[in-house]
Ligand binder design. Structure first.
Ligand SMILES: Nc1ncnc2c1ncn2[C@@H]1O[C@H](COP(=O)(O)OP(=O)(O)O)[C@@H](O)[C@H]1O
Ligand SMILES: [Mg+2]
Length: 316
C-alpha cells in the first residue's frame, strides 16, 4: 500500500492551536478541553494519554469532524478543518471508541460500502490489500457476526483505512481486549506505522503508550499536562526513587526528619524515598542515617517510569 499524501512543508500531520470545547446542554455547561495546543509530526506514533474523562475522545472527535469545537484552530495535513472541511476529512481514518460493525455484512462488503461512502472509485479501491494488512484475508467473506473480538477490532481499523489516509486515529483501540489479543493488535498498528501512516492513539493503558508511541501528550482535565518525546518526558522529571532496608524499624520521631528528603513511604524495616536528584544526593541520605546510628542493610535505586509521571500529573 503506497502513501500518496506527500507531507506538507511543515511536516505536521496535525497542528492544534488554542483549542477549547465546552459542551452546552439545555441545563448544563461542561468544559471538556481548555486551550490545548499540539503538534504531531508526520510519520510519528503519537500517544494521547489520560484518565477517563480527560477529554481524549473529545479531542479526537474534533479532529475527525464529528464534534464541533468551541474555539481554536485545527489543521490536518496543513489543511484548516474550517476552510477545507472535506479535504481535511479525507486525510484521516478514525477508529471510534465504540464498536460499530454490521453483523450481517462480510468484511469485504463493509469495506466496499465504506469506500463508497468516501467516494473512492471502484478501480482505486484497495480492499484486499487492507484485509491482508489486517490479517483478515481468510475471513474476507465470512459474516461479521462470526468474527472473534480481535478480528472485529481489526475490521474497524481496516474500515478506517479504505480511503488510504495518511493519518490513522485510534480511540482506545484495545479497551477490554485481553493481553494476548492486545499484543497482536499492537503488531498490526506497528506495521501500519512502518509503512508511513501517522498514528494517533488514545489510551489509558500506560503500557500501551510505552510500547508503541515515540511521542506522548498527557492530557488531564482538558489540559495538556506534559508533552514530548517519550524518553525526554521521563528525563525531564527531576525524580528518583531510593529504597532502603534497615536493620531495625525506624522510630516514629525520626520519620519526620526522613520526610525532609522527599516523599517517603515507610514499611516495616524499609522505606521508599521519592527524591529530587537536583536537590538531594544519596550521600545526604546515607549521612543522615549514619549520624543517627541506624544501620543500612541494603539499598536500591529506581528511575522514574512513565507510570510514575502519569500518576504524578493526574493525581488530583
Ligand atoms: N456530549 C457530551 N455532552 C456533555 N459532556 C460530555 C459529552 N461528551 C463528553 N462529555 C464530558 O467531557 C469530558 C471529556 O470526555 P471525553 O472526551 O469522552 O474523555 P475521555 O475520552 O478522555 O474519557 C467528560 O467529563 C465527559 O463527561
Ligand atoms: Mg474516550
Amino acid at each position: 500500500m503506497t502513501n500518496l499524501w506527500v507531507p506538507p512543508d511543515n511536516n505536521l500531520a496535525i497542528e492544534i492551536k488554542n483549542l477549547s470545547k465546552i459542551y452546552k446542554n439545555s441545563d448544563s455547561v461542561h468544559p471538556a478541553l481548555n486551550n490545548i495546543s499540539l503538534k504531531i509530526k508526520c510519520g510519528s506514533f503519537f500517544g494521547l494519554l489520560g484518565p477517563n474523562g480527560a477529554g481524549k475522545s473529545t479531542l479526537i472527535n474534533i479532529i475527525a469532524g464529528t464534534t464541533i469545537k468551541s474555539e481554536g484552530n485545527v489543521k490536518i495535513w496543513d489543511l484548516d478543518i474550517d476552510r477545507f472541511r472535506k479535504q481535511s476529512k479525507l486525510a484521516v481514518g478514525v477508529v471510534p471508541q465504540e464498536l460499530n460493525i454490521d453483523a450481517f455484512f462480510t468484511p469485504v462488503d463493509q469495506l466496499e460500502l465504506q469506500a463508497g461512502l468516501f467516494g473512492v472509485p471502484k478501480n482505486k479501491r484497495i480492499t484486499s490489500k487492507i484485509l491482508d494488512l489486517m490479517d483478515l484475508t481468510t475471513k474476507s467473506n465470512a459474516y461479521s457476526r462470526n468474527l472473534s473480538g480481535g478480528m472485529r477490532r481489526r475490521l474497524l481499523v481496516a474500515k478506517a483505512m479504505v480511503h488510504n489516509p495518511p493519518i490513522l486515529i485510534l480511540d482506545e483501540p484495545t479497551a477490554g481486549v485481553d493481553v494476548e489479543l492486545r499484543k497482536k493488535l499492537w503488531q498490526n498498528f506497528k506495521e501500519l506505522n512502518d509503512i508511513g501512516v501517522t498514528i494517533i492513539l488514545t489510551t489509558h493503558y500506560l503500557e500501551e503508550a510505552e510500547n508503541l508511541c515515540n511521542e506522548i501528550a498527557i492530557i488531564h482535565k482538558g489540559k495538556i499536562a506534559a508533552q514530548g518525546q517519550k524518553n525526554q518526558l521521563l528525563s525531564k522529571i527531576d525524580q528518583k526513587i531510593l529504597i532502603i532496608n534497615f536493620q531495625k524499624k525506624i522510630e516514629e520521631k525520626l520519620k519526620k526528619e526522613v520526610m525532609t528528603f522527599g516523599e517517603v513511604d515507610f514499611n516495616n524495616q524499609s522505606c521508599n524515598i521519592k527524591y529530587k536528584p537536583s536537590k538531594v544526593t544519596i550521600n545526604d541520605v546515607f549521612e543522615f542515617f549514619r549520624s543517627k546510628g541506624i544501620k543500612i542493610l541494603d539499598i536500591k535505586t529506581r528511575d522514574i517510569t512513565l507510570e510514575d509521571v502519569f500518576l504524578m500529573l493526574t493525581k488530583d
